[in-house]
Design a protein around this ligand. Sequence first.
Ligand code: OSB
Ligand code: MG
Length: 377
Amino acid sequence: MPLLRPASPVTLDAVDLRVLHIPLVSPFTTSFGTETVREVIVVTAVTTDGRGWGEVVTSAEPYYSSEYTQGAWDVLTRFLAPALLERRTFAPEEVGGILDRVVGHRMAKAGLELAVIDAALRAEGRSFGQYLGAEADRVPSGVSVGIQRDPVALVETVGGYLDEGYVRIKIKIKPGRDLDDTAAVREAFGSIPLQVDANSAYTLQDADTLAELDRFELLLIEQPLQEDDLVDHATLAKRLTTPVCLDESIVSDKAAADAFALGSAAILNIKAGRVGGYLEAVAIHDRAFAAGVPVWCGGMLETGIGRAANAALAALPGFTLPGDISASARFYDRDIVTEPAVLEDGYVRVPTGPGLGVDIDKAALDAFTVHRERLTR
Ligand code: OSB
Ligand code: MG
């Protein structure tokens, strides 16, 4: 389902960039590290018709992907924002082409593109969901649970999220913290929808251990091997009954096509930041939908900006599995939007207002800002 109707062009006067430090309600631990503060870049597209907001989902360190905050800041301020300001008037759908000369830096591009789309849609009075082709008015909410002190602590944490109403649990695993953790959750909560995410912590040598996860009848195992291991993932997929889902490896629609051709993934996690933007994310969705491959919307500890955008994306018809779109409160005591996403009967609502459909809480935005720069022509 390509976009039904492109957005109107914008005339870009300035790009405002901020680095925010937002405290997390609890540390978030994965196979690649622990975060206690979300460092994120917020982008404002200042146009002749108003503002639009975007978020660059890089982390402070390049441990999930090669991108990280300072690198994104550098490429945004020196190359990406200047390229758009130079062009001055363009349609949101042209942003990808204008920025294409810069190799990689997909998260940085995605945040900038989102700000432009939001500005254009707010000016038109059209919602992001309508623009992308959202069909649902709410999306089922899963939660990503970091590695805890031990399996007992994990069971307690998971129990809390189930009590809140989350409809699917994803636990992070790494070598030595896989079988016992998964067994503990299965034992405590029976046949709940459960999946695991390894964030590239294994190699093909670990295939025997990973095959032992099959007995837990997981929905999927996410990204067991490295980002560029498409062939090894295909080999591993043949050894497992648990469906292999790719996250880090799917950096573009082309990567998705390659993964399907090789048999590397039975399911995809789609993150707009990782693939260079929401329009590329829709292209991957469309490809997967046509191929009958289920997809779900991943998360990067988004603020209310990216969380609203993700809810709209996840409302497309091919998103048949619950995504990592939890309530804002799962990560933050205070968000930077006035109406943070909440959990209602296990669902998060798709905003319907113009653009992303969320308003910025200026006081919160300012309170979390640690660095700021305004780029003009
Ligand atoms: O691998 O899905 C991941 C967070 C940061 C980096 C990578 C990942 C994650 C998550 C959290 O699992 C998803 C969320 O935002 O809820
Ligand atoms: Mg993942």
